[in-house]
Design a protein around this ligand. Structure first.
Ligand code: DQA
Length: 144
């Protein structure tokens, strides 16, 4: 049976394509989700993509992954830098997590340099645009 992967995108990522394209690229979230699902399928993975602007909803989606997914790829957006709740939810479900950022958060403002998600992630990919989601899937395909 195909391994199931949940891909979660956090706040403002629904605005990809129009939001600061010099930083986040010209692809829409639908474009990114399509290439992610297709790359997953090429690796024999079943990928489900979800996006929310709400911290509590992201926590619920992480909790619901227990039993419905074997790993999580998450771009928590700005919640990376603020959310103990998302950190705790990821720790609670104890699934392998890959944290992805489109931009290189370490080359940007100091407030983006710390992520509450990184300590509970298997790995972190940043600065490679949508390729980051594909790399995360490839890493999980080897790991699972
Ligand atoms: C982001 C980086 C975050 O600092 C920012 O708040 C985002 C997007 C990225 O993908 O580069 O919303 O996670």
């Amino acid at each position: 049976m195909a391994h199931r992967i949940l891909v979660l995108n956090g706040p403002n990522l629904n605005m990809l394509g129009t939001r600061e394209p010099q930083t986040y690229g010209a692809q829409t979230l639908a474009d990114v989700e399509k290439l992610t699902v297709e790359h997953g399928a090429s690796l024999g993975l079943e990928v489900t993509c979800k996006q929310s602007n709400h911290e509590g909803e992201l926590v619920t989606l992480i909790q619901q992954a227990l039993g419905s997914a074997e790993a999580i790829i998450i771009n928590p957006g700005a919640y990376s830098h603020t959310s103990v709740a998302i950190h705790d939810a990821l720790r609670a479900v104890a699934l392998p997590v890959v944290e992805v950022h489109l931009s290189n958060i370490h080359a940007r403002e100091a407030f983006r340099h710390h992520s509450y998600v990184s300590p509970v992630a298997l790995g972190v990919i940043c600065g490679l645009g949508s390729t980051g989601y594909k790399l995360a899937l490839s890493a999980l395909a080897e790991k699972l």
